[in-house]
Design a protein around this ligand. Structure first.
Ligand SMILES: [Zn+2]
Ligand SMILES: [Zn+2]
Length: 189
């Protein structure tokens, strides 16, 4: 996910500021009974989310807030994650932990990109991009949140919309390439 990488340098960009919330530990583990409290200015407030793979043998823990949140339409993400588009968050590596390691890592044959998935069920836990950032699919997060993608995780933009294979109608900015480039204009398309 080439462009999400840039979030490391541009995390002060509007719309990408970290959002914090607090999860009750046992409730988070139960998945569906997720609760959080938005904290406006208290930087000490921490968010933690635990997400299980489909078979339950691997637990992913996310700490703090993602650096970037996006839906990527690039062909690399499409092929690598076997999805028409990748809705995901990008994290500093130390914010993403695998608590029970029954995982396999697949290295992309041509690119500095790998993905870590459960050896039992194949569920992708995260990808690792060329800067070592971890890209966590929102499918995993939404399941841990009981099916709803809450604000700290919800995408703020589309990337590489030029390369899409599916049109999306929503209010998010649709960057044709990276987020320092032009956006899609439906009126003139
Ligand atoms: Zn991508
Ligand atoms: Zn599994």
């Amino acid at each position: 996910m080439a462009v999400l990488v840039d979030g490391e340098r541009k995390h002060s960009q509007p719309g990408l500021n970290p959002q914090y919330c607090r999860v009750q530990g046992s409730a988070a583990r139960a998945g569906r009974h997720y609760r959080y409290h938005a904290a406006s200015t208290n930087a000490e407030t921490r968010m933690m989310l635990r997400a299980n793979c489909l078979c339950g043998s691997t637990i992913l823990t996310l700490k703090g807030a993602p650096v970037a949140r996006a839906i990527c339409h690039c062909s690399t993400c499409r092929d690598f994650y076997a999805s028409a588009m990748l809705s995901a968050t990008a994290w500093n590596a130390e914010a993403v932990e695998v608590e029970q390691a029954t995982t396999t890592v697949f290295q992309h044959p041509h690119k500095q990109l790998s993905k870590t998935f459960c050896s039992g069920c194949g569920d992708v836990l995260f990808g690792t991009n060329r800067l070592g950032m971890r890209v966590v699919p929102n499918a995993l997060v939404a399941r841990a949140l009981g099916g709803a993608l809450t604000e700290p995780f919800a995408p703020t933009m589309h990337l590489f919309y030029r390369d899409r294979i599916v049109d999306v109608i929503d209010a998010l900015p649709k960057f044709l390439d990276g987020w320092d480039g032009p956006t899609y204009d439906a009126a003139s398309a």
